[in-house]
Ligand binder design. Structure first.
Ligand SMILES: [Zn+2]
Ligand SMILES: [Zn+2]
Length: 165
């Protein structure tokens, strides 16, 4: 979606709200099995004395798979996006700046970038998920398995302790 900003560019102090639904096609991430709701993007573009800024909130319900225990879990995705919109790019490498084309901004590109650049590389069902036993495959969130008594794993636990020191 392209937002026409001709009027806003000409009016310092002005503001233009927007809201749209982002196409989930090619927005695939490790651990995300599917989108359970539309991806909504709501925000505003403001003209601060000639500096054009954009703020947006991106939200969706996701069906995810835990990177440790492999269980499916629902997640409410909530990402903020912020960008500067300019008619001339002075610094090509600054990814916060987006070029206006004929007075319009490509909101979809900005929202996609905000999602892709900030996506957690490993999604967990909970921060302290214990994962699966590497030996017997039991979900350790449901309680310990028999392998803990194994002398090898006791050694491993000891080694881990020593490494922490
Ligand atoms: Zn988990
Ligand atoms: Zn085990």
């Amino acid at each position: 979606m392209r937002l026409d900003l001709h009027e806003l560019i000409a009016s310092p102090g002005g503001r233009k709200d927007f809201s749209f639904v982002l196409d989930p096609a090619d927005l695939t991430f490790d651990g995300v099995l599917g989108y359970m709701s539309p991806i909504t993007v709501t925000g505003a573009v403001e003209n601060h004395a000639g500096l054009i800024t954009l703020h947006a909130l991106i939200e969706a319900e996701l069906n995810c798979q835990c990177a440790r225990c492999l269980k499916e879990f629902p997640m409410h995705l909530r990402r903020e996006a912020a960008a500067y919109l300019t008619e001339e790019l002075e610094d090509e490498d600054n990814e916060d700046y987006y070029l206006l084309e004929d007075g319009t901004a490509d909101l979809e590109e900005i929202a996609r970038d905000a999602l892709i650049l900030n996506f957690e590389p490993r999604l967990l069902c909970k921060d302290d998920c214990k994962g699966l036993c590497p030996k017997c495959g039991k979900d350790l969130n449901d309680g310990p398995c028999g392998c803990a008594e194994d002398p090898d794993s006791r050694m491993a636990a000891l080694r881990q302790l020593l490494e922490k020191e």
